[in-house]
Design a protein around this ligand. Structure first.
Ligand code: ADE
Length: 239
C-alpha cells in the first residue's frame, strides 16, 4: 500500500504517520508514504494557492492550478513504477462526502495506491475536483479546519488492515465493527483492583462459556451505545 498525500501542511501528515504502529509499518516497508506540498506546485510568484470565491461569500477557495499540477506529478511517479495504466483512486476529504466506515476501509485496503487530497480554507474549486477526484469522503458529521486529520484517520484505519502491520493477526478479527457488533470488555491483571474483580467466567478456563459471555457482552454494549448497529445485526441474523 502506497499512500500519496496532497496537503498544505506536510509536517502534520509526516509527524503523525511516523509515530506508533504506522511508523513501524513505514520502517518495515509494509506501507509507504509520499507527502506533497501543494504550495510547491503554485506558479504564482508569491506561491499563492487560494483566491476569493465567484459569487461572493465567506473565506477563500483553493484554485485549480497547483492541485492539478501536484496530481499530475503524483500520477507520473505512480505510472513510472507501475505499467498497469490503472488510475489510482483519489480521495477528497470533505464534510460533504460519503461517511467513512470499517467496510470502506477494508475495500480501500485492497488498493495498491491511494491518493488523498486535503483541502483548506472554505474548500476547493469544483472544476479540479470534477477532474481528478474519484471518492469524496467525510469522517463524520462535524466540520474540521482541514482534510489532514481525516486523511490521517483513514490512513491509520486502512494501514492496520494491511497484512503484517499488526503483529498479531488475531487482533483485527474480534474487534469492534468487524462483525457488525462492538467489542466486549477486556481485563488484565490484577485479578482484583480497587475492590473490583475480573468477571469469574474469564478466569474459569471454560472457553465455550467465555465465548458465550463475550457474545452477550457485545450484544449488550452494542444495544446500549449503537441501537442502529444492534438492529441491523439482529435483522441480519434473522435473514
Ligand atoms: N474536512 C472538514 N471536515 C471534514 C470531515 N468531517 N470529514 C472529512 N473532511 C473534512
Amino acid at each position: 500500500m502506497r499512500f500519496s498525500v496532497m496537503t498544505l501542511f506536510p509536517e502534520m501528515i509526516e509527524s503523525s504517520m511516523n509515530s506508533s504502529i504506522t511508523g513501524r509499518a513505514l520502517e518495515n516497508n509494509l506501507i509507504s508514504l509520499d507527502v506533497y506540498n501543494i504550495r510547491d506546485y503554485s506558479l504564482d510568484k508569491h506561491k499563492k494557492v487560494d483566491d476569493y470565491p465567484y459569487g461572493g461569500g465567506a473565506g477563500m477557495l483553493m484554485f485549480p492550478q497547483p492541485i492539478y499540477d501536484c496530481y499530475k506529478a503524483i500520477e507520473e511517479r505512480i505510472n513510472a513504477g507501475d505499467s498497469s495504466g490503472k488510475k489510482p483512486r483519489v480521495i477528497y476529504l470533505s464534510p460533504k462526502g460519503k461517511i467513512f466506515n470499517q467496510a470502506m476501509a477494508k475495500e480501500l485496503s485492497q488498493e495498491d495506491d491511494l491518493i488523498f487530497l486535503c483541502g483548506h480554507y472554505e474548500g476547493i474549486d469544483q472544476r479540479v475536483l470534477d477532474t481528478i477526484v474519484t471518492d469524496e469522503v467525510s469522517i463524520g458529521d462535524y466540520v474540521l479546519t482541514g482534510g489532514e486529520l481525516p486523511a490521517l484517520v483513514m490512513m491509520d484505519t486502512i494501514s492496520r488492515l494491511v497484512p503484517g502491520v499488526l503483529n498479531n493477526e488475531e487482533s483485527s478479527q474480534d474487534e469492534s465493527h468487524s462483525a457488525g457488533l462492538l467489542e466486549y470488555p477486556q481485563y488484565t491483571r490484577p485479578a482484583e483492583w480497587m475492590g473490583k474483580k475480573v468477571p469469574d467466567v474469564l478466569v474459569s478456563g471454560n472457553h465455550a462459556l467465555i465465548a458465550k459471555w463475550r457474545m452477550e457482552q457485545s450484544l449488550e454494549v452494542t444495544k446500549k451505545n449503537r441501537p442502529d448497529m444492534f438492529e441491523k445485526y439482529i435483522n441480519s441474523q434473522q435473514g
